[in-house]
Write a protein that binds this ligand. Sequence first.
Ligand SMILES: [Zn+2]
Length: 382
Amino acid sequence: MLFKDVLVDETLKSQLINLVKENRVSHAQLFLGGAGTHKFALAVAFAQYLCCEHPSDTDSCGECPSCKKFAKLSHPDLHLIFPNCNTQEVKKDSESKLHIRAFTDFVMQNNYHLDYAKWLDILGGANKQLTINIRDCASIINQNSIRSYEGGYKIYILWRVDKLYYDAAPKLLKTLEEPENKTLFILLADSADTILQTILSRTQLVKIPAMRPEIISRELVANYGASQETADDIANIAEGSFIKALELFENNGEVHEMLTIFEFILTSAIANKMGDLGKMQFSELRAKIETLAKTDREKQVMFFTYMTRMFRNLLMLNTNNAAIIKATAEERAFAEFFKKYITLKNITPILDECNKAIFHIIRNGNSTLIFTDFYLKLSAIL
Ligand SMILES: [Zn+2]
């Protein structure tokens, strides 16, 4: 992985490169940033730069034997550690190195955008508990006492260090404190809340900011075949996460569909309030609610979450905060038209109703009733 292909801000790359140039590389670093940041790619690029035989001022050479091995993630001094469990292939005593082939395939196939849910699927699905376990830690400690194969750095990248099994942590901590010379640990985590305090205190923190919309958009066009318009729309609502952007891209059309239903519900609620909801419209509304109620609960929650975002957008537009709204072009046009109905006065009760609906859906309430009730409450509040 070359720095030029890592989707983080250039200043962050320069900071890391300067650490190498000034010989200030701390032996244990914690890369902290949301799941949808390109932090795994950044960690590998950093490791590659440290091992490159002919690095330039801004990047690895990409040509030397070390870089070539890094490109395949097969450099003998690069050790990848990640949450794992027993599977069909690894029947017992699971540890990262037994899954390394599957993991490197996963990394490559996803262009280094590591989605934990996808990795969980590969290892066997939702009921599995993945951890970085005691055997992983023992391997690190054993490796640590051996010299590097190629005479340079030995580098350990631990993806999702928040999954470090509690009882395995003490072993690792001692190594983090007193590593052998020329050893680098790069620990990756999505949020500081879930990491052991003892790990936080032993590492140098590198914060990875959310991905900027223009970077998301450019990447979707360049490597995923998105049109500029779609890419811009998605980048605006992906909240700085490339994983979320990909999800939206794969479900392209879903946002449009949700907007259509939302528009219908809102129009009907307004008409109902005015007392001119026609019979036709009412039966159409009932049919729409029936259809929604038949989708799975995850989808229903998604729809209410979607409405929550759109109600906020309407309020933002109505209160002249257009600059901060997150919306596709179609949603913006919609919002311009409906903004006058959402005010500082009614936003709180409306969002309360959305939250209540989500609460009941998660607890297996009757979906038709929940949607109908929401519609009537909305109509009364507007
Ligand atoms: Zn090189």
